[in-house]
Design a protein around this ligand. Structure first.
Ligand code: URA
Length: 278
């Protein structure tokens, strides 16, 4: 089976087909660009951007999870992160995350979830935080949303561990009072961001893909009211690297009709990557 056929099969399997081929042999979006994909203003990354390695996020409200455009609310807080990850190497960072007590999420976790993949990957996919399955297994995206993400990666010619790294904004599972998954609160994001920032510095990816609202807003330091739909269709920058925003796979499982939009976003990411000369 040719590479293109393989991709086509995967796209069909995850409901993203038919796969349209450009005359030059490249992949093209399966759906036309839609009105709500109009590029947002190029928004300057705020406090969490660039080399800033201290936890900030003072004005960031609690972010509603899993990548949709749900409204968000709640007060911000600043939490002190563990000994500055800024100077750590990969092993030190893994150790620091494994023992982290910088926020309350440490009390309920079974495992920290550092990330998975090729630590020299050119592609970095960033989700929100571990859910139940990830907490048990200590690996990101191992539940149903993870299966969908794996299929999406395959359709892109990638797989976890092979030129792709998958990380989350927070490394411990956030749960509500009834033990159900919930989005991380602002103080939890603030406490954990220095780890992700250091992961990005050490991996040095060519491109970042933010999966859902929490990842996009945390990385870009945006107003929490910003919907994902306003961030799609534009190549943003994070620490001088291109960043493309798309819907979270878990959101996609609930909104199957948006799969074409995700594929459009990933086509944008793939062309951005290609233009970066990698
Ligand atoms: N959702 C996420 O954002 N990350 C995971 O690891 C699992 C589900």
């Amino acid at each position: 089976m040719s590479e293109m056929t393989r991709r086509s099969v995967f796209l069909d399997e995850i409901g993203l087909g038919p796969l349209w081929l450009r005359r030059d042999g490249g992949l093209a979006s399966a759906e036309p660009i839609e009105a709500d994909m109009a590029p947002a203003e190029a928004i300057p990354a705020a406090a969490l951007h660039g080399q800033q390695l201290e936890p900030v996020m003072q004005n960031r409200a609690e972010i509603s999870a899993w990548g949709g455009d749900e409204p968000i609310s709640a007060p911000p807080a600043v939490v002190h992160a563990a000994n500055s990850p800024a100077a750590m190497d990969w092993t030190q960072l893994q150790t620091a995350v494994a023992g982290c007590t910088a926020c309350g999420l440490c009390h309920g976790r079974k495992n920290t979830v550092f990330g998975v993949g090729d630590s020299k990957a050119k592609w970095l996919f960033i989700g929100e935080g571990p859910g139940r399955n990830e907490d048990i297994q200590g690996e990101p995206f191992v539940g149903p949303a993870g299966k969908l993400l794996d299929n999406i990666l395959l359709a892109m010619g990638l797989k976890r561990g092979d030129n792709a790294y998958i990380a989350n904004v927070v490394k411990c599972r956030p749960t509500d009072g009834t033990g159900r998954d919930r989005p991380p609160a602002a103080d939890e994001v603030a406490a954990c961001m220095p780890y992700l920032q250091r992961q990005i510095e050490l991996i040095q990816p060519t491109i970042l893909v933010a999966l859902g609202k929490t990842a996009a807003l945390s990385l870009l330091g945006l107003d929490p009211a910003t919907p994902v739909s306003k961030l799609r269709g534009t190549v943003h920058r994070y620490a001088d690297r291109p960043l493309v925003v798309t819907y979270h796979p878990a959101y996609l499982l609930r909104q199957l009709g948006d799969k074409g939009k995700v594929w459009s976003d990933l086509c944008l990411a793939m062309s951005t990557y290609a233009n970066a000369g990698e």
